[in-house]
Structure formats: structure tokens, C-alpha cells
Design a protein around this ligand. Structure first.
Ligand code: SF4
Length: 487
């Protein structure tokens, strides 16, 4: 015999109250309260510093990413990369717990380095930190020297390390810190006075689109410019499935990276994700070090190609000129579907800058531009792009706002579509508008990381996906006479 037991709720909420609040959070009154919110962050459009560091580590030959810190944090970076690429993201963690937090993490790091070196036989281990060891002030430099002196790892085994406290930056800062650390380590004593290896060092920045990396290499190949793509994840996260598991596929060859200070030139394509690395390159080499906008859209791609030509004394190849012509033709064919359409976009400053430039070229309006981690300088940098075009008029930049802020913006001042990563899908669903998935992470669609959005081909891919999204809506909602087909 069973007795039913009534549960008395602490707070009774009537269906009417639920409906009232549901409507209220879409109101102008709620928007003002929401936009005034500063103490709490809800669904920010960025990831944490160590995740950026891990992406860099995967981009070097035979490199094992090593998280000094909490196991749970490490699982977050691994699983996010793994879900985005649908590939393994092998990394180790020294799993600091309460005793590490009290006594320091040296024992964890030493045990981890020794085990990982012997078990996984990497060519390099790239160490970076989660928040906990940063809060207690672990001295990575001393810990690693001690590990070498204790014979836990060989004296000459490369173990670059980066401090990546997430309470003070995002994945782009972790990317920058780790890349600089790896380059500084690998190039030690490798610079040869007067040597020019004739190569380009290319820094794509935090970019989780393997297609973009292949596109950069193809463009350089068309020019006949030998290139070292730094932190090249194109194979690491997009290697052939042939039945054999390889823990470290692809990556920038360590010997090539070590020769980077003897290159003819260096180009970074994400200013905000490579500030420290660029500063370091500029101080270590007399060769030109250039920072260019991400080549998203026609103008930015033109600038990139012109710079390649200028630095290497080569004309833009006819094949790329033809490609440009095809991209312009594709834009002309599709412009009426994007013209004057309003978009909400969110993400990192460099990605936003590229996307603004592309949308303005299409006569579209990047109406709400949201960056969850920035400052006034970033705001001015983006505003300068809007000011260049009449379509930028009335568009607004929201710095240090999150995706719940964006919810209020989109519900009270609607747009036609959103462009960004998967985290924006709640807003898109509530506003009943499409989300065109670009960026990181994209965990609810397949293979988009293989489709480049940089360069002329990338511009074609982007506009095709945006225009066809609107055409799908037309097909679902239009009267028969506008259906473009007869039965
Ligand atoms: S923000 Fe800090 S604590 Fe949170 S997952 Fe990232 S590293 Fe770990």
C-alpha cells in the first residue's frame, strides 16, 4: 500500500505570475534594469583564458597541453574544444585539489610532468594555469626548474608555460600568452644575425575554424610565399579518419617555429588576440611585423593580399584576382537579400571588426554589436568602422555586456538575424529569428568549422549561408505568388 505524500512548495508561483514575468522580461522597463546590471554576468560571449592557451598548444607538433590547476576546469576546455571540432582534444591536468590550494601546486605539477612525459611521450609540453594556482600565486618558473633539477623531465625538454588567470582576461588573452611563451622558448638562441629564411610567420589569432587555416595556406601558396602558420590547428582538429588514433596530428613543426625569428616578415591577423606576441616579435626581430584586420569580407582580404605582395615583392596572382571577381559577383547576386537587414553580432573584438566590415560591404546593418570583454579603446576601434559607411548609422556597440543583455536588446529593438556562436541560440529562439552560426564554439551544428569564412572564398561562404537563411524563411512564409515555382 502506498501513501501519497504532498510536497508543500516553499513559494507558490501561479501560472499567471509566470506568464506576467515572461512578458515583463521582454519589456523596455526590464531592459533598462538589465542594462544597468554590472555585478553579475550571465552567459558572456567569451571563454576562459586557459581554453585559448590549450588551443595554441594543440597547434604545435607533438605538443601535449598541460593544465596546472583544477581537473574540472581542464574538463571544461577539453569538452568545449571536443564538442566544437568533434575530435579528441587530448590534454592532461595535474588535478590540484584542496591540499594543493593550501600548500601550493608544486607536488601536483612535478608528478604530472613526470607521468605525462613518460606515458604520452610528447615533443613538448605547454603548461598553463586555471584560476586556482593563480589565486595562490604558484611560481611556475621555479616549479619547472625544480622539476628539471630533480630529473623528472630532461633539462632540454621544452616546457613553455603561461600564466592564464581567467579572472583577468578571456580566451584571446590566454591564446596570446601561450603563443608568446612557446615562441620565446622554441626560438631561444636560434636567431642568426643576417639570416633571412624567406618565410612568412602568420598568426591567425584565436580561430577555431580549420578551414580558415587551410585557406591561409592556400592563399600563400598561390603567391608562392613559404609560410609558417603559428599554432596551426588545421590538422590537429581535422585529421583524416583512417582507423589509427594519433594523439598529436599535425601542428606547426617545432623546427619551423624555432626558425621564426629568421623569417622575412610576420603578420598577425588578430590585433587583440596577439598584442603581447606581436610586442615580443617586434622586440626580437628587425624584420617587418605587421598587424592586419582579419580578412573577413572583400576590403580586409584585399588589404591582406596587398600586404603579402608588398612584403614579398610579388604581384597578386591572377588566380586570386579571379577569385575576388567571383566573390564580388556572388555578392552582387545576393545583395538584395541582405540589403538593409539588421543583425545582432557578438564575440571577440577582431572577429567583430571583420564581421562589421563584411556586413557593411553587403549594405547590411550590424545593428547590435556586443563584446563581453573590452574597453573604451575597443569601442572606438569598432565605432570607426561603423562611421565609414551610411549603413553603420544608428548601429550600437555594447562593450562588457553579455548575452542576457543582448536578449533585452533584441527583444525591445528587433533585428532580422543574429550571427555568432551556439551560445546565442537562446536569444534567437526567444526572438524567433535565425542564428547564423559563425565563431566558437559551435556545438549544435556539424562541420561548420571546416567551412572557411576568411578570404574571398570565405566571403562567398558567409553570404551564401546568410542569404539562403533568409530565403528559407521566405519559402516558409510567403504567399504562393512569391514562391518562385509553379506546381
Ligand atoms: S574561469 Fe577559472 S575556475 Fe572557471 S573554468 Fe576557467 S579557469 Fe576554471
Amino acid at each position: 500500500m502506498s501513501e501519497t505524500c504532498a510536497v508543500k512548495k516553499v513559494t507558490e508561483i501561479t501560472p499567471e505570475e509566470v506568464a506576467r514575468v515572461k512578458e515583463w522580461i521582454n519589456s523596455a522597463e526590464y531592459r533598462e534594469k538589465n542594462l544597468a546590471r554590472t555585478a553579475t554576468v550571465i552567459n558572456p560571449a567569451h571563454a576562459c583564458q586557459p581554453l585559448g592557451a590549450q588551443l595554441v598548444a594543440h597547434g604545435f607538433e607533438g605538443t601535449l597541453p598541460f593544465v596546472h590547476g583544477s581537473q574540472g576546469c581542464a574538463s571544461y576546455y577539453r569538452s568545449t574544444l571536443n564538442r566544437h571540432f568533434r575530435e579528441p582534444a587530448p590534454a592532461v591536468s595535474d588535478a590540484m585539489t584542496e591540499d594543493g590550494a593550501v600548500f601550493g601546486g608544486q607536488n601536483n605539477l612535478h608528478e604530472g610532468l613526470e607521468n605525462a612525459y613518460n606515458l604520452y611521450k610528447p615533443k613538448m609540453m605547454a603548461v598553463f594555469t586555471s584560476c586556482m594556482p593563480e589565486v595562490i600565486g604558484d611560481d611556475l618558473n621555479a616549479f619547472i626548474i625544480n622539476a628539471r633539477n630533480a630529473g623528472l623531465i630532461p633539462q632540454d625538454f621544452p616546457v613553455p608555460y603561461a600564466n592564464t588567470p581567467s579572472f583577468n582576461g578571456t580566451h584571446i588573452h590566454g591564446y596570446d600568452a601561450m603563443l608568446k611563451a612557446i615562441m620565446a622558448d622554441l626560438t631561444t638562441d636560434k636567431k642568426v644575425e643576417g639570416k633571412n629564411n624567406g618565410k612568412l610567420n602568420l598568426i591567425p589569432g584565436f580561430d577555431a575554424n580549420t578551414g580558415n587555416y587551410r585557406e591561409y595556406k592556400r592563399i600563400c601558396n598561390e603567391f608562392g610565399i613559404p609560410v609558417t602558420v603559428l599554432a596551426d590547428i588545421s590538422e590537429s582538429f581535422d585529421s583524416p579518419l583512417d582507423g589509427t588514433y594519433r594523439p598529436y596530428p599535425g601542428g606547426t613543426p617545432l623546427a619551423e617555429a624555432a626558425d621564426a625569428l629568421n623569417a622575412q616578415a610576420t603578420i598577425s591577423l588578430q590585433e587583440h588576440a596577439s598584442k603581447e606576441t606581436i610586442k615580443w616579435f617586434s622586440s626580437e626581430t628587425e624584420a617587418p611585423v605587421e598587424v592586419m584586420p582579419s580578412p573577413i569580407g572583400i576590403a580586409n582580404t584585399d588589404a591582406f593580399l596587398m600586404k603579402l605582395g608588398e612584403l614579398f615583392g610579388k604581384p597578386v596572382p591572377a588566380s586570386l584576382k579571379d577569385e575576388r571577381g567571383r566573390a564580388v559577383d556572388a555578392m552582387t547576386d545576393a545583395h538584395q537579400y541582405l540589403h538593409n537587414k539588421k543583425f545582432a553580432i557578438y564575440g571577440d573584438p577582431d572577429y567583430l571588426a571583420g564581421m562589421i566590415s563584411f556586413l557593411l560591404e553587403m549594405g547590411a546593418r550590424p545593428y547590435h554589436i556586443l563584446c563581453s570583454r573590452g574597453n573604451k579603446k575597443v569601442g572606438k576601434f569598432l565605432q570607426a568602422l561603423l562611421d565609414k559607411s551610411p549603413y553603420g548609422e544608428g548601429c550600437q556597440i555594447w562593450i562588457n555586456k553579455d548575452l542576457w543583455h543582448l536578449h533585452s536588446l533584441v527583444m525591445t529593438d528587433p533585428v532580422d538575424a543574429m550571427i555568432g556562436d551556439t551560445h546565442g541560440k537562446f536569444v534567437a529562439r526567444d526572438a524567433d529569428i535565425p542564428l547564423i552560426r559563425v565563431g566558437f564554439p559551435i556545438i549544435d551544428r556539424v562541420n561548420l568549422h571546416r567551412s572557411p569564412y576568411i578570404g574571398y572564398q570565405g566571403a562567398i561562404n558567409l553570404l551564401t549561408s546568410i542569404a539562403n537563411t533568409f530565403l528559407d524563411i521566405v519559402d516558409r512564409t510567403c504567399e504562393d505568388k512569391h514562391f518562385e515555382m509553379m506546381r
